[in-house]
Design a protein around this ligand. Structure first.
Ligand SMILES: [Zn+2]
Length: 276
């Protein structure tokens, strides 16, 4: 079995070594099994649990996983990467799967930024009056018809090809994030625009953003919320200093409606006021 940090996604194998390192020299002089029985005495954990920890297997993780992570958290076991102490049990298989999603995300994101560069180059060849701000705006509005920028293009044929290839890759990026987030943050719901914003975060920003997602998923009652955006029930949250994202509470779930930064803030607010 593995344990996965709910805040940053770092995972560790829950085995004999982890328990021994974690609890230090307490085990000296005992055989491992004798020691484990002693350690868990009085906690209601039985031998099958100890076997579950070391041997693992999806069925055992499902059966004992929560108890084990609760025990770890109570003992103050913290994450090496982010110092968090909220863990979730996860099978080896699921962990491999999640890591595979992450790799796939990274590859797709690279492809997407290459395509974005291509588009920027193309647009600046077509009309050198487009400013960088125009382009940023344009990428957010790409799917809307009758875009002013689009109407100014000379080479419409090449444009269609570039645009299609870009939006296809964008969709793949979205799906890839969605799959992983559904596993890691089951009570959060992401719309298309939010996924798009997430796909454009760099590695550091994504990590900081996911820490906020972890908080929303697991201890939303401890978060400090700002005022709602005027005329809506959307709340603005920040991450990684200039990062901004917007949420809407619905029952026990949160909708993540938009993810951006200070640069996209005007566009983002306009979107929210139009659609929420
Ligand atoms: Zn962590």
């Amino acid at each position: 079995m593995k344990i996965r940090c709910r805040d940053c996604g770092h995972s560790e194998t829950m085995n004999k070594e982890l328990i021994l390192t974690f609890l230090g020299g307490a085990a000296a002089g005992f055989g491992f099994w004798a020691w484990v029985s002693f350690l868990f005495a009085g906690t209601g954990f039985a031998m099958p649990l100890c076997i579950a920890i070391v041997v693992g297997g999806p069925a055992l993780v499902a059966k004992y996983g929560d108890e084990i992570v609760e025990w770890l958290a109570n003992k103050g076991y913290t994450c090496k990467k982010c110092n968090g102490n909220k863990w979730m049990p996860i099978s080896e298989e699921a962990d491999i799967e999640l890591n595979r999603y992450k790799t796939e995300e990274a590859v797709l994101k690279n492809t997407l930024s290459e395509k974005e560069l291509e588009i920027k180059e193309f647009l600046s060849e077509q009309n050198n009056l487009f400013s960088i701000e125009d382009l940023e705006h344009y990428f957010n509005e790409l799917e809307q018809k009758d875009n002013t920028i689009e109407n100014l293009l000379k080479d419409k044929e090449k444009w269609e090809v570039l645009k299609q290839s870009y939006t296809q890759t964008q969709e793949q990026v979205n799906q890839s994030f969605k799959r992983r987030f559904n596993v890691c943050y089951p009570s959060l719901i992401f719309n298309k625009r939010a996924l798009k914003g997430i796909g454009r975060l760099n590695e550091t920003a994504l990590l900081k953003f996911e820490q906020k997602l972890g908080q929303l998923q697991h201890r939303s009652d401890q978060l400090v919320y700002r005022d709602k955006i005027q005329g809506t029930d959307i709340i603005e949250m920040d991450f990684n200093q200039s990062g901004r994202f917007y949420i809407q509470k619905e029952g026990a779930s949160f909708h993540i409606v938009c993810v951006g930064d200070k640069k996209t803030q005007l566009d983002d607010l306009k979107f929210i006021k139009n659609f929420y």
